[in-house]
Design a protein around this ligand. Structure first.
Ligand code: NZQ
Ligand code: ZN
Length: 393
């Protein structure tokens, strides 16, 4: 049975060809007068003329623009602080992210920081302190994280020797409006496209692997996973196919706006373990999930055999009467899908060292309440380490 829930999606989606061209008119309707545009200074933004075009759409409607680039993948707290300072000094009343999850998350943190008197990192340490965010728009160029309509912002604190990567946010952190034009994603290289597809795949899994079955949400989740297994390889083969890019873009949004997760416990261990790999080695987020994901499955399936057997049968159409054999075949099929997308499924395949796994296991537990995460099996520090060990080869 589902728990009671409220689900206010809040984000207004403008999807399709030329979607971004209405950005000026839409922001004006929302009452913006001075807009802080943030981006990652990516080459494609200049080569395609997208950045200049967006600025023009906004200034043509009589709004002023302030700009801050330089967002790095696994975005840093230092740039968030810089953004807050700039936004406050300039008196901006709207923020616009042009990019993927790192840019959107930086903007969310800047928007929250502008509405908070203390240091913005307080909001990561204590999420109850998040009360408000400046209105945020997104021109999505990289479908992956679903941050264009999710509640969280994942930020790396680069103050100390080791980066601490964690999330902050809440319901008021969903963007107000998101412009999603699949054509803007044609320039994404294969590796990033694959990382995006696998990130959204795992966003669905984190919700699907729940002790609570709920027919409509389970069927939706299984359908979305099957669509990714179908369109993922197709989009790698034909990067400028509008239909395939549209499929991927919209799945990315649904995968993380909680449509398939409301009212039931969610797992999030694959993300918890993956974030530590990014914090340590700056690995692309999607690839961290394919490194640990299948090994998390291997570690927890015995406690949840029926659920894993259903996953194998419904998502990969595995025809096997024995539940345990089916579950194992599903885990293997997942690994094969990640490999087909060209992503690593172990530290070794990713070419990463493994001398940091004790630190990562500790850190993954340390940032969770009571040091525990997960709903399929509660993981403590020693479990985290065991999964990292399984992920070595
Ligand atoms: O700078 P260049 O070389 O151009 O590369 C950019 C960028 O560095 C490239 N890119 C984006 N759009 C492009 C493009 N290249 C060519 N054509 C385009 N159209 O993509 C590179 C990576 O972008 P980034 O924003 O870092 O990727 P992603 O969207 O995967 O974001 C990752 C961050 O989001 C967090 C992750 O942990 C990670 O920090 N997440 C945020 C979530 C959320 N807020 O809800 C949930 C996720 O689970 C995730 O944790
Ligand atoms: Zn993710």
């Amino acid at each position: 049975m589902l728990n009671n829930f409220r689900h206010h999606l809040y984000t207004d989606f403008v999807f399709g060809k030329d979607a971004e061209k209405s950005v000026g008119k839409e922001l004006k309707k929302l009452g913006a007068t001075k807009v802080l545009i943030m981006h990652d200074s990516g080459k494609f933004l200049y080569d395609t003329g997208l950045l200049d075009a967006i600025k023009k759409y906004i200034t043509d409607e009589g709004m002023a623009v302030v700009e801050l680039g330089g967002v790095l993948p696994n975005p840093r707290l230092s740039l968030v602080r810089k953004g807050i300072e700039l936004a406050k000094a300039e008196g901006v009343d709207f923020i616009l992210a042009i990019g993927g999850g790192s840019t959107i998350d930086t903007c969310k943190a800047v928007g929250m920081g502008c509405c908070y008197d203390g240091d913005v990192w307080d909001l990561a340490v204590d999420r109850s302190k998040v009360k408000k965010m400046l209105p945020l728009g997104v021109v999505l160029t990289y479908p992956a994280t679903g941050s264009e309509s999710s509640t969280g912002a994942v930020i790396s604190n680069d103050d100390g020797e080791f980066k601490i990567k964690t999330s902050m946010g809440g319901d008021m952190c969903r963007p107000t409006i998101a412009f999603e034009n699949p054509e803007l994603t044609y320039t994404l290289p294969k590796y990033l496209t694959a990382c995006g597809v696998c990130d959204m795949y795992v966003h669905i899994l984190e919700r699907y692997f729940s002790p609570v079955n709920f027919g409509s949400m389970d069927y939706m989740a299984e359908g979305l996973l099957r669509a990714l297994i179908d369109f993922g390889p197709k989009v790698l083969a034909e990067p400028d196919n509008y239909e395939y890019r549209s499929e991927i873009m919209w799945i990315g949004t649904i995968a993380h706006n909680n449509t398939v997760g409301v009212g039931r416990p969610q797992d999030w261990c694959t993300h918890g373990l993956g974030h530590e790999i990014s914090a340590m080695y700056d690995t692309a987020h999607g690839a961290t999930l394919t490194i640990v994901g299948p090994h998390w499955m291997q570690y927890v399936y015995k406690d949840n055999i029926a659920r894993f057997a259903r996953y194998a049968r419904e998502v990969y159409r595995i025809d096997e009467a024995d539940d345990e054999k089916a579950a194992l075949a599903g885990i293997e099929a997942t690994k094969e899908f990640y490999k087909k997308m060209g992503l690593p499924t172990s530290f070794k395949e990713a070419g990463l060292p493994t001398d940091g796994i004790e630190h990562m296991a500790h850190q993954a537990a340390a940032i969770k309440p009571n040091g525990v995460m997960g709903c399929m099996k509660q993981l403590h520090e020693e479990d985290n380490l065991a999964i990292y060990k399984l992920s070595i080869e």
